[in-house]
Structures are given as C-alpha cells and as structure tokens.
Write a protein that binds this ligand. Structure first.
Ligand code: AHG
Ligand code: MN
Ligand code: MN
Length: 334
C-alpha cells in the first residue's frame, strides 16, 4: 500500500518535536509512546466489550463509592503497567486507586515525570456501546531524582502540567494531547496499529452554539447556572436557529466535540453535592490544560481550574469549560 509519508505517526511527531527543543532528553516522547501503547491495548478490549465477559461490575466499589466496571480495572492495569515498564515515569495516581503508586525501582526513581489518569471515563456507557475515554495529565516531579516519588509530586496545580491528553474510544479511536506548544489529534489506523496525525494544531473556536450539561439536575444547580442554561435555550445561532444541547455522559466525548466544534461543557455543583462529581486531578486539570492551550477556558465558577491548589488526590470540583466567548457569557450569569 502507498502510505502518504506526509502523515506522521504519533511517534514520528513526538520525535520530530523533540529535535526542535534543545537539551531535551526524549523522556516525554517515550512516556507518550507508553500511553499510546496502553491505549491500543485498552482499545482492543473496548472493541470486544460486547463479546466477552468484561462487562458489568467487577463487584467492588472505588474510593469515591461508585461501582467499578471490569473494564475500568483492566484499563487501569494497562496504563499503570505501560508506565511502570517505561523509563519516564516515577509513579502514577489513578481515579481507580486509593493512593498514588511510586514505582520505586532503580530506573523509575531516576525518571522525570509522574502521571495522573482516569483510566476509563464514562464507564457507565460501556454496556450500551457509547463512546468512552481515558484522560491523563503529566507533571515534572518536584522531589529529587534518585528517590521514590512522593505525594508532593502528584499534588501540583494543573498549570504545572507539561502535557495532558485524552483518548476517545469512539467510532474511531483518537488520541489528543497538548503540550504548551499546541494540541494535536491522532486517529488510530487499525490497518497498521498506529496513531496517525489527523487533527494538527487544534484550536477551540472562540464562539459556539452547543451546550452540554445534565439537564436532569437543573433545579439543583446554582441560580447563575440556571440563568445561563435558560439563556442558551433562548439564544439563536448567528445564522438562525436555536442552540443545541448535547450531553453524552462521557466527558471525554462531550468535551472533545465542543473543542472541535465550539461549545461549553458544564458539571456544576448541586444542592446535595456542592463540589459536583468530576475529579480535579484526573478529569478537570487535564482538560483545562488542553482547552487553554487550544484557546478556550476552564473555571470552577470562580477560579481558573489550573490555579486551584489541590489538597487531596481525589478531590472534586465543579467544572465549566469551553469556547472563550461562551465562558464569558456564563461568567456574566454567575
Ligand atoms: P467516570 O466514568 O470516570 O466515573 O466519569 C463519568 C463522568 C463524566 O465522564 C461524565 O460527564 C459524567 O460522569 C456524567 O455524570 P452524570 O451522569 O451525573 O451526568
Ligand atoms: Mn471519569
Ligand atoms: Mn473512570
């Protein structure tokens, strides 16, 4: 087959970027390759989730008190395993684990980075064949190399991320990742098993007309959020016609669509859960980083998500994220 050599694979792209950064060691590209490998393994299982016995609850409950699906555990093991065996990661923290894991071996203790991830986001959608995803954020460790990673390496503000990304296991499987240099999207080409560049230099349109929120909780949202949703219902698109409401229930897919098309995604606090549902370290921070690099914004209603000083690995935060001008309008209502 005649492959177009202008289309870069994920590995080719990260290596090419490396050449442009003087004194870089290649550890970050190597870490991204480990994540890409884990993603391909998870993708294989996700694709056959309807066939084999990996559906349904694993019978345990995660640290946040939610049912854990079997595929969540599988994905967790794949990402943790790939990073443990790689050379770039000193330790991980995952939505599925009570505490962080310092790999603590001779190679890992010398590694520059730690990674935090939600191995399978939207897992409630597995049984019904709806897109799910993985979310990750990468930080440079703050403790000295040569010793195991500690909690301080993980509890960093989101703006300290050096890279963040997500994988959507959808109608096709995509890996999107951001560094300060830009956001790029790669689609898995199943014929060669490689992520290949499909969406170079993604920018979030400053305007949009899609709003994504769980409408069922409307009467439990703060008044300002109710006002904004009502505004969206009354607004007209520039070329006529009403705004569109879209909510899949997999944040990865919802935010991915809004990043590409322009829109806003909201998971507000409610009267019974003032901090909402989403986890700052595994869900909010990576997406806030990606959207900001792409020209969008992310807040918890009052603060920039990336500036929140974390106090616990599993802390939750309300989340408003999306196109710049829609975020401005939301803030006027809040
Ligand atoms: P997870 O499957 O990792 O627990 O996260 C699911 C999250 C997020 O992806 C989604 O936007 C949200 O939960 C949906 O929650 P509601 O059903 O409460 O709207
Ligand atoms: Mn999640
Ligand atoms: Mn999850």
């Amino acid at each position: 087959m005649n492959y177009n050599r202008k289309i870069l694979t994920l590995d080719e792209f990260t290596i090419q970027q490396l050449r442009e950064i003087p004194h870089s060691t290649g550890e970050l590209s190597s870490l991204l390759r480990d994540l890409g490998l884990a993603a391909k393994r998870v993708n294989v299982e996700v694709n056959k989730a309807g066939l084999v016995d990996i559906l349904g609850d694993a019978g345990s409950i995660n640290v946040q008190g939610e049912d854990v699906k079997k595929l969540d555990l599988y994905a967790n093991d794949q990402f943790m395993g790939a990073l443990r065996h790689g050379i770039s990661c000193a330790g991980i923290a995952s939505e599925e684990l009570d505490d962080f894991v310092a790999f603590d071996d001779v190679v890992s203790n010398q590694s520059k980075y730690v990674c935090l991830f939600d191995p399978l986001d939207g897992s409630g959608n597995i049984d019904v064949n709806v897109s799910i995803g993985t979310i990750f954020g990468v930080y440079r460790r703050v403790t000295e190399k040569g010793s195991p990673a500690t909690k301080a390496d993980f509890l960093q503000q989101g703006l300290k991320q050096v890279a963040a990304g997500y994988i959507v296991y959808g109608s096709s499987t995509m890996l999107v990742y951001a560094t300060r240099r830009g956001v790029n999207g790669f689609t898995l080409d199943p014929s060669i098993g490689e992520f290949t560049m499909s969406n170079p230099d993604i920018k979030c349109p400053p305007d949009g007309n899609i709003y994504s929120v769980n409408h069922g909780h409307f009467f439990r949202y703060p008044k300002g959020v109710q006002d904004y949703i009502t505004l969206c219902q009354k607004k007209e698109k520039e070329n006529g016609g009403p705004y569109t409401q879209r909510y899949i229930g997999s944040m990865v897919s919802d935010v991915h669509r809004n990043l590409i098309k322009g829109g806003i995604f909201m998971y507000p606090g409610t009267t019974n859960k003032p901090q909402g549902k989403l986890r700052l370290m595994y869900e909010c921070n990576p997406f806030a980083f990606i959207l900001e690099v792409a020209g969008g914004r992310a807040t918890d209603g009052t603060r920039r998500i990336l500036e929140i000083e974390p106090t616990e690995l599993h802390q939750r935060s309300p989340m408003y994220i999306g196109s710049r001008h829609m975020m401005d309008e939301l803030e006027d209502c809040l």
